[in-house]
Design a protein around this ligand. Structure first.
Ligand SMILES: [Zn+2]
Length: 261
């Protein structure tokens, strides 16, 4: 688990590069990492995930400019999530699916948080890879969804159910609230989540809406945002998806018990 955690930290560091450069249309391979403030290259010693940030006390070694907290956050989040997924799935093909899913969710969230856009350049290739995972099914190896006990065709069902539901919200919300609630990127992200979660995608959407509403209300109460400001929804959907991987089936059976079914 420690190895997976450290691997996750390193991947998180790479996701930061992707999240910073892909929206700008820059290459993720060249030039090597540099300080966005002074442009000096970052020496390997200062490029160790999380640890360097702590040792440098969150400032660039050359110019002393503050390093954004989002970098170690993404690294730590990726490390913890990778370790958590390993704990959940064990060493299996499902683990590979889960790691791929979670990693795509993190990089899309980081970009959506930053530029309020979920880029097709990442989401569409990720969907193609996921559909390729589905092709493994007839080979009797393993298949999506990643949640145990649901049939593979539910991946397709989840794709249309998740995407279709947010598409409906996108159409209806402006009629009710007189403002746009959902972007095309959110709809595609929900469809992508459906591939991995099957029908449980609805739990992910519910948790996403709930978290988004809570954070929105708190930010407004703190006077940081008004009702008109747009809060990127992608990170909340992603959080809902991650929650559902771990707890979806328990939540659903708990709900059925409550409902007396
Ligand atoms: Zn600097």
């Amino acid at each position: 688990m420690i190895i997976i955690f450290i691997l996750g930290l390193a991947i998180g560091s790479f996701l930061n590069v992707c999240a910073y450069r892909i929206p700008k249309g820059e290459s993720i391979a060249y030039p090597p990492s540099h300080c966005p403030s002074c442009g000096n290259p970052i020496i390997p010693l200062d490029n160790v995930p999380v640890l360097s940030y702590i040792l440098l006390k969150g400032r660039c070694r050359n110019c002393g400019e503050k390093i954004s907290l989002k970098y170690p956050t993404v690294e730590l989040l990726t490390g913890l999530l990778w370790a958590g997924l390993y704990y959940h799935f064990g060493l299996s093909i499902q683990l590979i699916f889960g790691l791929f899913f979670a990693t795509v969710l993190i990089v899309l969230s980081a970009i959506d948080y930053e530029v309020k856009l979920i880029p097709d350049r990442i989401l569409l290739p990720a969907m193609l890879v996921s559909i390729a995972f589905l092709i493994l099914y007839p080979l009797k190896v393993a298949s999506l969804p990643v949640i145990a006990g649901i049939k593979p065709w539910w991946a397709i069902g989840g794709f249309f159910a998740g995407g279709g539901f947010l598409y409906l919200v996108a159409i209806l919300a402006p009629l009710i609230f007189k403002k746009e609630a959902m972007g095309g990127g959110d709809i595609k992200l929900a469809a992508f989540m459906g591939l991995y979660l099957g029908g449980y995608v609805f739990i992910a959407l519910f948790v996403g809406f709930f978290l988004g509403a809570v954070v929105g209300i708190v930010l407004m109460a703190m006077g940081k945002r008004t009702a008109k400001d747009m809060i990127p929804f992608g990170p909340f959907l992603a959080a809902g998806a991650v929650f559902t991987i771990f707890f979806g089936p328990q939540i659903w059976s708990g709900y059925l018990k409550l409902a007396g079914i």
